[in-house]
Design a protein around this ligand. Sequence first.
Ligand SMILES: [Zn+2]
Ligand SMILES: [Zn+2]
Length: 389
Amino acid sequence: MLKKIEKKYNEIFDNLKSLNEYLYNNPEIGREEIKASKAHMEILNKNGFQVQKEYINIKTAYRADYKGLKKGPKICFMAEYDALPEIGHGCGHNILGVTSVGAGIILKKLIDIYGGSVVVLGTPAEENFGAKVDMAKAGVFDDIDVAIISHPTGRCHKKSSSSQAIEALEFKFIGKSAHAAGDPYNGINALDAVIQLFNGVNCLRQQTKSTSKIHGIISKGGEAANVIPDLGVANFYVREKTTKEMKSLSEKVKNCAKGAAIATGCLLEIKNYEYTFKHLITNESLSNIYSENLIKLGVEKIEISGSDGSTDAGDVSHVCPTIHSYFPISDKELVGHSLEFAQATITKEAYRGMKEAMFAMVLTGIDLITKKDLFQKVKEEFNEMKKNN
Ligand SMILES: [Zn+2]
Ligand SMILES: [Zn+2]
């Protein structure tokens, strides 16, 4: 088996490497990944997948299917390929996407022998308008048995863990401008409202849980010091361990904004400026299969990852058994969302980590297709989780 995987990998490695470097050199932000999604689709098409572009009407989403000759589970590898403004692939979604594409192509090769089917799903905009949220809502995962994704990280493989639920809140305070020295009494100061919002949130922090995260910036706070600002805008992220707790925390933050609006006499508009993500619930049975395969491949250390970030894979985990693991791209720790992280995605350490993750993904797929008891365990755990969520 491993020989077959290795053989196919060696056949496609140059193409995967070129795809990775092409994305690295052509970073595109969320929902604008025109070149990236096209390049992904080309390689999948060439390798015999049935490719649907602009999947569920999202311009840069795609779905690539391969159905084997024999029946069996449908394994989905989720690909991401969005970059960050200014720092390009500082989150490494170039190599993330390539890992899923490679795993899909290799698993496809084995599926005619063992049965089942494989889907590579191109999921745009993980960083801001995560298309997995739309896909989960649209029922895309309803006929998928498991969804797997592995994300690059510093120096060690990490088990799939949880991620925080997140809501992106924009507060827009509308006041009235006036001469700051001449007739300030005729003005309504929208910057004061923003400052009061921050003060309110800072008071709130004492009464929040240690898992609560509220972080914001002032996006607009006036144009000149001698004019009372008539527009104040603050953008916040609110995160919590579970979606339910996050919603309740969001309400408290909104109340801080409402209080600030009343205190200053401003009008207040609240909107979500990015998508809301649910928390990630790892399917532990699936995660164990993946980790055991990494160990079989000679990986000696698999760390337990933290749960500080947020991802749209969270939404997927509520509709089908999901794992979101991490693979190393360096021999040292890296800071996420940095230029250094982006540069690490095209090193030989990155390709070594990619290969390990890719092989573990393929072997996990084969385990689920060939070992009914393992597959059943994954399904049972998911059904049990659904009762409580
Ligand atoms: Zn990121
Ligand atoms: Zn990322």
